[in-house]
Design a protein around this ligand. Sequence first.
Ligand SMILES: Nc1ncnc2c1ncn2[C@@H]1O[C@H](COP(=O)(O)OP(=O)(O)OP(=O)(O)O)[C@@H](O)[C@H]1O
Length: 553
Amino acid sequence: DASIRCPFNLNCTNNNMKIIEIPTYPVPIKFNISDINYELRTIKLSDPGNCLPQLLLDRNFSSNFPFKDYHSYEFPRQFDVSFFNCSSVVQLIRSSNLMQHHGTQDIISCPIYVVDSDQETIVESDVLVYCTKLFDRVSPFSAYSIQDNRLLLTWSGTNFDIGCLKCKHKSKKTTLVILFSAGGIIGSTLLLLVLGTIVRIYRYFKMKGEDHVRIENFLKDYKALKPTRFSYADIKRITNKFKDKIGEGAHGAVYKGKLSSQILVAVKMLNNTEGDGKEFINEVGTMGKIHHLNVVRLLGFCADGFYRGLVYDLFPSGSLQKFLSPPNNKDAFLGWDTLQQIALGIANGIEYLHQGCDQRILHFDINPHNVLLDENFTPKITDFGLAKMCSKNRSTVSMTAAKGTLGYMAPEVFSRNFGNVSYKSDIYSYGMLLLEMVAGRKNTNTTTGEENLQVLYPDWIHDLLEGGDIQIPIDEEGDFRIPKKMAIVGLRCIQWQPMHRPSMKTVIQMLQGDGDKLKVPSNPFGPTTSTNSTASTVTKRINFELEVIQELD
Ligand SMILES: Nc1ncnc2c1ncn2[C@@H]1O[C@H](COP(=O)(O)OP(=O)(O)OP(=O)(O)O)[C@@H](O)[C@H]1O
């Protein structure tokens, strides 16, 4: 009766064995049926693998188990049994050559032994000399039945009858006719279903695969985003004992190195005698938070005793300074399109520092040494030792010391007479950098010796813009539009009054436009101004004390 759920399945094997499959946890259990006696209501079961204890070892029998042990008198009766692992016996017997005498083949194929838990010894023959107890169990079968591989079970309720029948096969012809008529429809439906399922499974695993890759990449990036702390020993290993020096800055030497992940890095070791570590804290604190295409990534740092180091991505092309080519050096000239892209990249980086983070970051040392270029000439702003974080709501910052590099330092940073220190001070430095990119040379006069360098107002730019005879690097196309645009933007950025300088957002818009409508700002020194009439002072980065300026814009 289809409405009655059968608590077991019966099957026949090819060699006429009757198999009963009964649900158990975690997988169903299968027995051979050796005999059924309807008068006594007994069924004899055995393990096809001839190792019933092993078969029962991992199974749990629910209360719905359809049979009970014939040896039990009340229902439901449970037996306390103990399982033993006697596999070590086999080795013992093997080594003592007792195996053949005692026919130990059965023991080898079935090393698990079951006894009633209250039985004191399990040694029944001299074959079993040593076993390890596995565990005690409550079992629906007695130890005696299990160990004999013969379960004699009984049932309550209606009788059932089983036997193995030979299935009659229909003739091939009939089968073909049926197959052709019904199979046409069913087959195509099935085919569609199968195809649909395959596509779904494929999509599912593809999506899962993509998810997995996405998560892995995210975790990798997330890990990489946080700067790692290295010990001095790590740094020595990374730089191969400081073997390859690639440069020297005001605060220490820079070495080439390699992380274990094969990533090439630049390691800047700060002079440990210098300062109170403020620049180090500044750089790690600021750069650890910044992630932008146009800002160098701080991969890690070292603060180990007196040693302080910073680990960055390596940019083998070096700094932008190397690519500021004088007009007569055509080989070093990058071309105006590339220079414009570099200018835009730096502007984007500064805009991000000014607007893109929770707090506004003022760099205070934008200059061509502090812009590194990757292999695609993508600029990366670096050197955050002088950077300052401030609230975006405040337009000005207080400052106890002038800081920056001369030639790029805004007048208000140099002297309070020129106005308030603010994000506009970075705009000034950027403007100077732009003009140097146009001219292919520095806006400082080195002819008077290093100790007496002069900062020049680039009034030659006005000559250029007014069509004067001024030398700038020339492209193959001889197109002056880009250098002209960059020059006008540069001039607007270096206005003396911070309020007359544009924001980085405007700078980016101006650089992205074709520049036709850009107005040239007036020359603050007038047409008669000599290049030597502007402020001059020492060239190195200066850091002398000034009054605290608490200005409001
Ligand atoms: N991440 C880097 N990849 C490749 N070269 C680098 C890297 N960082 C610095 N350098 C090179 O190392 C040299 C020294 O750099 P560093 O930033 O210490 O000094 P600087 O910017 O030239 O001067 P200062 O520290 O006074 O501003 C420079 O020539 C620079 O090109």
